[in-house]
Write a protein that binds this ligand. Structure first.
Ligand code: PLP
Length: 465
């Protein structure tokens, strides 16, 4: 039996990690050279590493630890549930109280008409469920050919074969034969990077109208659904222009195309409402949930399904499910997470305290010569880096170089801020306080200054021609 404790020297932990652990979305050989940072514990919005650094986690883990680290209530509920019933399946005419309670609570919190939940172990799995469910729905309604799904380039819906195909990450499609047939990608509403001289409003409309063009190209009778994140997360926190979603909604209504809102990041308060669909004025037929559902304490995902689809799916045997669909421990922790969110008025905190302070700080960081703009919705944001502020120019050097340099300098200043290409991404725990947002501000400013200095000294502030 290998015993590994936090008390081993960091180098030893890193060597063992490199020898046996294959990290996701990582060039492991490069990481081996550098050595992975060993995270040993967390409290509130801070992480601690094996060298004793206290790191402000402005990514909430991976967009998920919305209540922060070290919430004893979540821990206690998990322990209690493990004692009482650590596992039982929900396949064979059985159920249990945690899953009953969680489904009912989600139906209560979800927008009107979304009253049914199919559980999964993750966001990826839930989107695989959605892919099959919308196709089965149309087939049962007598339209088996209505099976194509439209999605967006640079959207993120997970990493399984199905969800990776729904996603529009071309670097993922390049590996392993994705996307599977029947999935089509249109352009994203990224005005900052792609809007050129158009106003955001014009650009938002134009990008939404790509959906109409694609539906007409495929034939509306062949299109089952459109899937999108209300605000793109992993693609770089891209807040669509305000003309975008109303036009998407109009098009989907007109051609009888279902809307799947992927709420894995936007859900549970991230944008200031329970769901990003509410913030963006979307009327979805299915919502994908995961991440913040349990504040990341345990893995759980699911699909919140509208009455109309549930009525059809419930009338047949849907030959689909996961061993851990509605896992009792995960369901109990998720339910407790939702209870805390309500009892502690987390949405009020976000809307009245955290988001205004966050926005004020972002606006100040937006003044930095290296920052080309500010994208923010509630408690998710991005700061795109640029060598030339006025024109939102891209760097002449390889995409992501400046972003990576900035991320490394964040780490050096005890701040986790991720980069997607040359955009810095911020998604802190929702419980963050104004004082903590000030600490974020100081560290982010230092990292931007350090990056700017290094770019200047390296003569790297050149714009793409
Ligand atoms: C993270 C994410 C997923 C995938 O969830 P996993 O739990 O990693 O499988 C799906 N959709 C969106 C929008 C996400 O951000």
């Amino acid at each position: 039996m290998t015993t590994v404790s936090n008390h081993l020297p960091t180098a030893e932990l890193q060597a063992l990690d490199a020898a046996h652990h294959m990290h996701p979305f990582t060039t492991n050989d490069e990481l081996k050279e550098r050595g992975a940072r060993v995270i040993t514990s967390g409290k509130g919005i801070y992480l601690r590493d094996s060298e004793g650094n206290e790191i402000l986690d402005a990514m909430a883990g991976l967009w998920c630890v919305n209540l922060g680290y070290g919430r004893e209530e979540l821990v206690n509920v998990a322990a209690r549930q493990m004692m009482e019933l650590p596992f039982y399946n929900t396949f064979f005419n059985t159920t249990h109280t945690p899953v009953i309670a969680l489904a009912a609570e989600l139906a209560k919190l979800a927008p009107e008409g979304l009253n049914h939940v199919f559980f999964a172990g993750s966001g990826s799995e839930a989107n695989d469920t959605n892919l099959r469910m919308v196709r089965v729905y149309w087939a049962e309604k007598g339209h088996p050919q209505k099976s194509h799904i439209i999605s967006r380039l640079n959207g993120y819906h997970g990493s399984t074969v199905g969800s990776g195909s729904l996603g529009g990450m071309t670097y993922m499609h390049e590996q392993g034969g994705l996307p599977i047939p029947g999935i089509h990608h249109i352009g994203q509403p990224d005005w900052y990077a792609e809007g050129g001289d158009h106003t955001p409003e014009e650009f938002g409309l134009a990008r939404a109208q790509e959906l109409e063009a694609k539906i007409l190209e495929l034939g509306a009778e062949n299109v089952a659904a459109f899937i999108a994140e209300p605000v793109q997360g992993a693609g770089g926190v891209i807040v669509p222009p305000n003309t975008y979603w109303p036009e998407i909604q109009r098009i989907c209504d007109k051609y009888n195309v279902l809307i799947i809102a992927d709420e894995v990041i936007c859900g549970f308060g991230r944008t200031g409402n329970w769901f990003g669909s509410t913030t963006m004025g979307i009327k979805p037929h299915i919502m994908t949930i995961a991440k913040g559902l349990s504040s990341g304490y345990v893995p759980i995902g699911g699909s919140i399904v509208c009455d109309e689809i549930a009525e059809v799916i419930n009338a047949i045997e849907f030959n689909h499910g996961y061993t851990y669909s509605g896992h009792p421990v995960c369901a109990a922790v998720a339910l407790e997470n939702l209870r805390i969110m309500q009892d502690d008025n987390i949405l009020d905190h976000v809307n009245n305290v955290a988001a205004p302070a966050f926005k004020a700080v972002l606006d100040q960081l937006g003044e930095h010569p290296l920052v080309g703009g500010v994208n923010v919705s509630g408690m998710m944001a991005s700061l795109p880096l640029t060598p030339h502020k006025a024109s939102r120019a891209k760097f002449a050097m390889a995409k992501g170089t400046a972003g990576f340099m900035c991320r490394e300098r964040c780490f050096a200043n005890n701040l986790v801020m991720r980069h997607v290409g040359d955009r810095m991404i911020i998604s802190p725990p929702l419980v963050i306080t104004p004082d903590e947002i000030d600490v974020f501000h100081k560290r982010a400013k230092l990292a931007l200054d350090d990056t700017y200095k290094a770019l200047k000294e390296g003569d790297m502030l050149k714009a793409e021609s």
